[in-house]
Design a protein around this ligand. Structure first.
Ligand code: PYC
Length: 314
């Protein structure tokens, strides 16, 4: 076997409340320097097959969120990161940032304390607590539109809020769906239809759909089901989705600044969230999301150009 056809990528896997994160720590594409939004575009334009190789089958699955570690432009940051998934690229990723912080600690690169991290949609501050928990002070989050009703083929009218929490979400309270894991297939179909309708009826930027219901765990305030852009559902309560939810709760006056909101995921994992106002006039808040992650693999991926599925099944 000729060695020159085999690329090596070093990765560390973790999961945050059941949702996997795969951090590429070496062997990734060289995206140069400059703002991360521009480097994310270059990633997409010139190295998209690398994204697919890392997260798609046969090495990954539709559930895996990948993260490429890059040099931050702002040197006060400990790292820059570009998150990606089975179909494309994310703005921010809450569960992924918690996974990243635990991974950096595992690698001996950071100690408990505050750490700034650069993302394509802004700089966030993550705190690694001595007990291993991680809090993420997310990018400014806000509700863009309240009570948008879309006509969903095969379902009928569905009403939700459009909000930004580092990614764009459509958040639905009244959906008539049972939020249980055994119902995941039906929930996936429901959310996918809603997303098509939301995209077609005025909000092409929305790529996550989030349903809310009553929690199963004592102490939790709500349970969610979050559909990600590539149709997989988030096993965690979704950090950016919880941020979007906090922005809506703040806008509606349903949660006070600094009060705790415990968001439960469809598999029963939780994030604790709270917010502080950045600007009441525009409804912008800074969400703080706290959760835990565990490192579960260190590996070297081998990308053999002669393998017909070297760059993933796309
Ligand atoms: O935790 O923000 C998040 C997230 C986005 C997509 C999957 N997880």
């Amino acid at each position: 076997m000729s060695k020159s056809t085999v690329h090596q990528i070093k990765i560390v896997d973790s999961h945050t409340g059941g949702e996997p994160t795969r951090i590429v720590i070496a062997g990734g594409p060289d995206l140069g320097s400059g703002p991360l939004a521009g480097r994310r575009e270059k990633f997409q334009r010139e190295f998209d097959r690398f994204r697919s190789a890392v997260v798609n089958e046969p090495r990954g699955s539709e559930v895996v969120v990948g993260a490429l570690l890059v040099e931050p432009e702002d040197k006060s940051c400990v790292a820059g990161v570009i998150f990606f998934n089975n179909v494309g690229y994310l703005g921010m990723c809450g569960h992924g940032t918690i996974g990243l912080v635990v991974t950096l600690a595992h690698l001996g690169k950071i100690k408990p304390g505050d750490h700034k991290i650069e993302t394509p949609v802004g700089i966030i501050t993550a705190t690694l607590h001595p007990n291993g928990e991680v809090s993420v002070a997310n990018v400014p989050s806000w509700r863009a539109k309240k009570s948008v009703t879309v006509d969903v083929p095969g379902i009928g009218p569905v009403t939700g809020d459009v909000a930004w929490g580092g990614n764009w979400f459509f958040l639905i309270e009244q959906h008539g769906q049972e939020l249980t894991l055994t119902n995941a297939e039906q929930l996936t179909d429901f959310c996918w239809r809603v997303r098509q309708a939301v995209n077609a009826q005025g909000f092409p930027e929305v790529d996550h759909v989030e349903l809310f219901g009553l929690p199963a765990l004592p102490g939790a305030h709500s349970r969610n089901f979050v559909q990600c852009p590539g149709k997989a559902y988030d096993r965690s309560p979704c950090g950016t989705g919880t941020s979007a939810k906090l922005a809506c709760l703040a806008a509606d006056g349903k949660l006070a600044e600094g009060a705790m909101w415990v968001q439960e995921s469809i598999i029963g994992s939780t994030f604790a969230g709270k917010f502080r106002w950045l600007d009441r006039a525009t409804g912008k808040v800074e969400p703080l999301i706290t959760g835990t992650a565990f490192v579960n693999a260190e590996a070297t991926h081998l990308l053999d150009e002669r393998d017909p599925f070297c760059w993933g099944i796309r």
